[in-house]
Design a protein around this ligand. Structure first.
Ligand code: TYC
Length: 102
């Protein structure tokens, strides 16, 4: 039977091999046509922002051209991008949403 010390050593060696998953920023890009209120709804609906946080991010995108909505593992980031783009197109808005490795 392994001693307590050996167990701890093995656990430590195992733990150091497991890297955290790469994370991806999901970003909105500015355009001249999507209504500001629609962007605020997107940030609330898909990124769980309250109205104040959503307004701040929307205005940053409007003024600076892009803004980060959240940071997620790859699959979740890709799903957010798909959902946002599908929702925007359903409402005939050209809103662009992209992801980029952190
Ligand atoms: N620029 C848009 C407007 O003036 C608002 C907007 C903000 C659009 C953020 C896209 O990601 C965006 N109606």
């Amino acid at each position: 039977m392994a001693t307590r010390k050996q167990d701890e050593f093995l656990l430590e060696a195992e733990r150091s091999k497991v890297k955290p998953p790469p994370m991806y920023k999901v970003m909105l890009l500015n355009d001249d046509f999507t209504p500001m209120d629609f962007v605020i709804v997107v940030l609330q609906k898909f990124f769980s922002k309250d109205r104040e946080q959503a307004t701040r991010i929307m205005l940053k995108v409007h003024k600076e051209g892009m803004g980060v909505c959240g940071t997620y593992p790859k699959d979740l980031a890709a799903t957010k991008v798909e959902q946002v783009v599908a929702f925007a197109r359903q409402h005939q808005h050209p809103l662009a949403c992209v992801m980029e490795e952190n």
